[in-house]
Design a protein around this ligand. Structure first.
Ligand SMILES: Nc1ncnc2c1ncn2[C@@H]1O[C@H](COP(=O)(O)OP(=O)(O)O)[C@@H](O)[C@H]1O
Ligand SMILES: [Mg+2]
Length: 255
């Protein structure tokens, strides 16, 4: 089976800081790959390289077998790369619903030409985007807050909105950057359920997370990174038994 995300010999440095050192990995449809490692390991940078925010130094990244080289972040999103952000990046003055609908502006019929020649089809596209957004919010039990502004939501609810916004992209690659950081209670369980459902529906998911029990519950395989390098890969239990992890991660030497 062809991998959804395939990365080969990926390298990236900022000055003397190596954020990706010969990274190679594959994530298949239905798989949830866990990515763990101390702060500064290069986890977020890897997402930035996949989504096109950072240019690679060398190596290659494929999405569903297609090379991503030369594509902008918008083009990659259109190809099906959806992501959440470690530091949410929601629009605080906009409503929850608007935050979701704005995410799809680059995908649909919304351009100047359509605005002039096909105002009706644009209206229909907007209506179906709103319908989809409401459905996504319902899945997260947030539909009652659709017209609230982001600032009125709890931190956990804002994290859910970030996830909902990523899910507005129907593509089959989902990158989640610390979805559980600072989340507890009901939102925690909801995020876990949604991530599991999205994998079952065929997305390939890569999740950066420090919450090991979350990674253990959801991920069949995981990768341990430090200094831009993949040092271990295997089941979460394999990683937990690793001396490298104990020293570099749990020992607190680099975290
Ligand atoms: N745009 C950038 N310019 C310079 N250094 C960067 C940039 N992005 C990340 N880094 C550095 O790369 C290292 C890895 O960062 P990051 O990928 O955010 O780590 P993680 O997500 O694993 O905590 C850090 O030392 C960070 O300061
Ligand atoms: Mg990070």
């Amino acid at each position: 089976m062809q991998a959804v995300i395939q990365i080969k010999d990926l390298n990236k440095q900022f000055g003397g800081i190596v954020v990706a050192d010969q990274i190679g990995l594959e994530v298949h449809a239905g798989e949830i790959l866990g990515l763990i490692g101390p702060n500064g390991a290069g986890k977020t940078s890897l997402f930035n390289l996949i989504s096109g925010l950072y240019a690679i130094d060398s190596g290659s990244i494929f999405l569903n077998g297609k090379p991503l080289a030369g594509m902008s972040t918008v083009q990659r999103a259109r190809q099906g790369i959806a992501r959440t952000w470690q530091h949410m990046r929601l629009f605080p003055s906009m409503s929850v619903l608007e935050n979701l609908c704005v995410a799809t502006r680059h995908f649909g019929a919304e351009n100047i030409l359509n605005l002039i020649v096909r105002p009706l089809s644009l209206k229909q596209a907007q209506a179906s985007t709103e319908q989809k957004a409401m459905h996504t919010l319902e899945r997260m039990q947030l539909h009652g807050l659709a017209h609230s502004s982001i600032g009125d939501l709890t931190f956990g609810q804002q994290k859910l909105v970030g996830l909902a916004r990523a899910l507005m992209n129907d593509g089959n690659c989902l990158l989640l950057d610390e979805p559980m950081a600072g989340v507890e209670g009901a939102a925690y369980e909801t995020i876990k359920d949604i991530v599991r459902e999205e994998a079952l529906s065929g997305r390939a998911i890569c999740v950066v997370e420090h919450n090991i029990s979350f990674v253990k519950d959801l991920c069949s395989t995981a990768i341990f990174m430090a200094n831009g390098k993949i040092l271990e890969r295997g089941t979460v239990d394999d990683l937990l038994a690793s001396k490298t992890l104990e020293t570099l991660y749990f020992g607190g030497a680099a975290a």
